[in-house]
Write a protein that binds this ligand. Sequence first.
Ligand code: SF4
Length: 235
Amino acid sequence: MTAKDSSWLDLYQTLLDAWGPQHWWPADSPFEVMVGAILTQNTAWSNVEKAIGRLRQAQALTVSAVLKARDAELEEWLRPAGYFRVKAKRLRAFCQFLEEQGVAEQPQLLGLDLETLSLRALLLGVHGVGEETADSILLYALGRSIMVVDAYTRRIGSRLGWVGASIGYKDLQGVIEASLPTKSGVPLRKEFHALLVSLGKEHCRPRNPRCHRCPVQAFCRYGQGVSDQGRVRAD
Ligand code: SF4
């Protein structure tokens, strides 16, 4: 298969065949997914886990507990996630939003009567919720069929030769969505995003990508220009 005749769906299948299910999103409840999606901005997941662990230990992993907490208390719980003051404000704003929507007790019921794109627009109106966060919440917490894209996805797509390196979030999402089936939409999209994150972390790094052991090298334009020692060949 070459870069020209392969697709995002082939990429998904190749990664799944190589690595199997990634068991994402690691969380015990839809609300925990929402909290993780807010806290994971600009930090490693291991730091998010520490912050969520602190919330759990303080029995504060509920909407009402977050809203009742004092600013200093909430910030201290979130400290391991970095930018903890900013994230405390964002988490509080999100919990206020859930309360206003009448789903504080059952956040998984958010927007049940709304189409996915209407719910997405509603989420984007909440303080601190950007496109990737909104889509992560839609897909992993609320089971909506929508592809999450990020910097890994953009870098991989660009190196494969399928999209430009500066493509915007919505355009990249649209290109991928156009090549994915709607059937089995949610499980496939959950798995695909997780596999792309693994590919971005393990192989397709910003510098010195590990192409020689990458499962998709056979149809990657960048990978095809790389020698077995991992150096870009001079054409
Ligand atoms: S072959 Fe190299 S450039 Fe292509 S996806 Fe794999 S690691 Fe990235």
